[in-house]
Structures are given as C-alpha cells and as structure tokens.
Design a protein around this ligand. Structure first.
Ligand code: AMP
Length: 385
C-alpha cells in the first residue's frame, strides 16, 4: 500500500472547466494546493488554482513537467489523450488510470467493454459502411441512434434515425467509426455517481433522476424516487462497473430506466459529474471531496444524503432573454438570491454562449420534486424584469 498524500501537497488536475474548479475548491478546503493544466488561460479551474499551466493535452513534455511538480494527477475531462495520462504516470500517481480513460473515451469500446462483462446496454452494432449499416438495421431495428465513437458529450455527434434513408444520411454526415444503437423507450434517465478508494472501498450516491433539454442536462432530482429494489440494482451496477474497471476516483454511470422496468447503462464518465453537483450542499461529503480523497489514497468520506435536493443548470441562454439583444444581459441575480435555500454556483466563464454551462443552482427541500419546482422557479426569476 502506498503512503497517502497528505494536506499541504499539490494536486494536479488535467482540464480547466467547472468540474476542475469545484475539485480545486474542495482541494483548497482540505488544505491541498491545486494545480491545473489546460489549453486556455484564466480557465474556470485555473482561476481558483495556485498554478495554471497553459498547454495542449498532447504536449507531453508540458504534461511531464506539470506532473513532476505535484504529488498526484487526476482529470476533470475524460477526453485527455491516454498518452498524456501515461506521460504523467511516469512522474507521479495518476487516477483514474490511462486504461480507464481508454475505455471511457470511446463510445464503442465502452459499450463493448460493458457487453463483454454482461452489463446491460441497449442493443448496438459498430458501423462504418452502408453495408454494415444495412446489417445493423436488420439486426437492431429502428428507431435508433447513430453516434460517433470518440469525443461525444451532451448529445454532440449523434443522430436519432427512424428510417433507412435517415440512417444513410446520418452515416454520410457523421462519418468514421459509428455506433448504431437501439433507441431506448425510457421512462427516466438516472445516474449513480460512485467513488472507489485505493484500498478498494466504494461509496455510491443516488440514483438520481436527470431531465435533459436539447441533450444537455437541465435538472437533477436527488433522490430519484425509485422503489428500493431498483435503487439497489442501480447501485449494484455502478459497483460492478467501478470494480471491473478497477477505478480509483469518481465515476458516474448514466442509466436508462425502460418502460419495462429494466436498467440499461448508457454511458460512463470517469470523473465527477454534472448530476452529482447537488452533493456539495446535500451530502456529508461531496463528489469532489471523494475524488480528492481517492486520488490521495485516503479513506472515502460519508456519502449519506442529508436532505432531498434538486440541481438546475444555468446555461448561457439566460444571458440572452430577448432575441433582439446584441450584447448579453446579466441575469437578475438578486431575484434568485432573494429566495431562501437557493445555492448559486457560477463558474467564472466570461462568454455566455447559448448552450454553454455557466453555472448551476441547488435547492434543498422536504422532497426532491418540491426542490425541483423551487429550482426551476428560481432560475425563471433570473429572466424577470
Ligand atoms: P449520450 O451523449 O450518449 O449520453 O446521449 C445524450 C442523450 O441522448 C442521452 O442523455 C439521452 O437523452 C439520449 N440518448 C442517447 N442514446 C440513446 C438511446 N439509445 N436511446 C434513447 N435516447 C438516447
């Protein structure tokens, strides 16, 4: 067993977005010094780090120098090239490992990995050519979703197709190695965020329910309000994934709940997740604190949820309430902050483009639905007047 990395040490984070920012803040709270490497300066994470190194992820010399200066390296962004993880690993412990990244950053590899371990997914085939597409339609059926294998998130690089013609057009448009997946008639999208320590201990949060708008997470309700047997099954699936992947750190398992009551794994995200932001206010230890503890080889914290909660994302659209505007208008923050129990998080992003995640808010209440209604009402108030 390697010795734990103690407070006072420097922790390296590859990626400069909001997940890195909240991880860096958790690290600061516990007396660590966060360092961030990302391709753009004054990043959301870099703003709250002790050191921000601006370099491309494939600048392996820069990654090595960065890693040589910290006690451990972790990620907030899973599309960092696995070569960067390997380069960092030559200098210090890296969690999760390059192997975990390799599985999770390629949708087809990930689905094959899940299927090979008997973990339930939507029926899928790999497709590169019109012939393979025809065979996939015959085997899997329509409607379906065609997805690119790499670098997809928030619904990017994917198309829902209902006819052979649409599928052919989508293949031509998306190109490359695609995954053709049965369209799942789900009643809810769920997720389980889980953390696993170097000692193999594991804690889970949720399952929570995630509601999307235009493929982007809009609202998380925690807990999801499922029958106990289904909650337990979702947690078991998450445990099976983290153990089989030998993850050290946080990983989110995104799930579909089908109309028949089955759970299917949609995607794995080997890092803290947007659907786990509510843990900052609602749980004994947040997902970010767990990531830090795991990466440092420390015991995990208590994942108990203290109160039902909801999280609503704040997208750049809130800065553009009127299509006639030529410059963004600041949302009416006092209207939100005048509401009791609303916790505001903004990520320090300067350019509020529509669809861009600028922040989120969390509300605690007697039950998750009530918290959800309050969160949406607080967000709507930002557009008033
Ligand atoms: P992904 O980028 O794979 O997480 O997909 C983004 C969103 O697209 C999901 O959260 C679902 O709402 C939807 N989606 C993805 N795959 C499927 C599928 N096979 N069936 C139905 N909806 C899907």
């Amino acid at each position: 067993m390697t010795r734990p990395i103690l407070p006072g040490s420097s922790i390296g984070i590859l990626g400069g977005g909001q997940l890195g920012r909240m991880l860096a803040l958790a690290a600061r709270t516990m007396g660590y010094s966060p360092h961030v490497l990302c391709p753009e300066g004054r990043s959301p994470a870099g703003q709250v780090a002790d050191r921000e190194v601006v370099a491309a992820y494939d600048d392996l010399d820069a990654v090595r120098r960065f890693a040589a200066d910290v006690a451990a390296v972790t990620f907030e962004f899973e599309n960092v090239p696995a070569a960067a993880a390997l380069a960092a690993a030559a200098c210090c412990p890296v969690h999760p490992s390059a192997e975990v990244l390799e599985v999770c950053q390629h949708r087809l590899r990930e689905k094959r990995w899940l299927a090979a371990r008997g973990l339930p997914t939507a029926d899928f085939r790999s497709v590169r050519t019109p012939e393979e597409l025809r065979a996939a339609i015959d085997a899997v059926g329509l409607p379906a979703v065609l997805k690119t294998s790499g670098f997809g998130y928030d619904g990017k690089g994917q198309r829902r197709v209902t006819t052979r013609g649409e599928a052919k057009a989508a293949l031509a448009d998306l190109g490359g190695e695609l995954i053709f997946e049965r369209f799942v008639d789900f009643t809810a999208e769920l997720s389980v965020v889980a953390a696993r320590s170097t000692a193999g201990d594991l804690v889970t949060y949720g399952p929570v329910e995630n509601r999307h708008q235009h493929h982007i997470l809009d609202l998380t309700l925690a807990p999801a309000g499922l029958p106990p047997s289904l909650s337990a099954r979702a947690q078991e699936l998450a445990r099976a994934v983290l153990e089989a992947l030998d993850v050290v750190g946080v990983l989110c398992v995104e799930l579909f709940l089908t109309r028949q009551g089955d759970l299917l794994v949609n995607e794995l995200a080997p890092r803290p997740h947007n659907s786990g932001h509510y843990t900052i206010e609602a749980c004994e230890a947040s997902q970010f604190e767990q990531q830090l503890r795991a990466v440092c080889g420390l015991p995990l914290g208590d994942a108990t949820q203290r109160a039902p909660a909801a999280m609503a994302n704040l997208l750049g659209d809130l800065w553009w309430p009127d299509p006639a505007l030529t410059t963004p208008r600041e949302p009416r923050w006092p209207r939100l902050l005048g509401r009791p129990g609303v916790h505001l998080h903004l990520y320090g992003k300067r350019d509020p483009r529509p669809g861009r995640k600028m922040g989120h808010l969390t509300v605690l209440a007697a039950d998750a639905e009530t918290a959800g209604l309050a969160a949406v009402a607080a967000r709507t108030a930002l557009l008033e007047g």
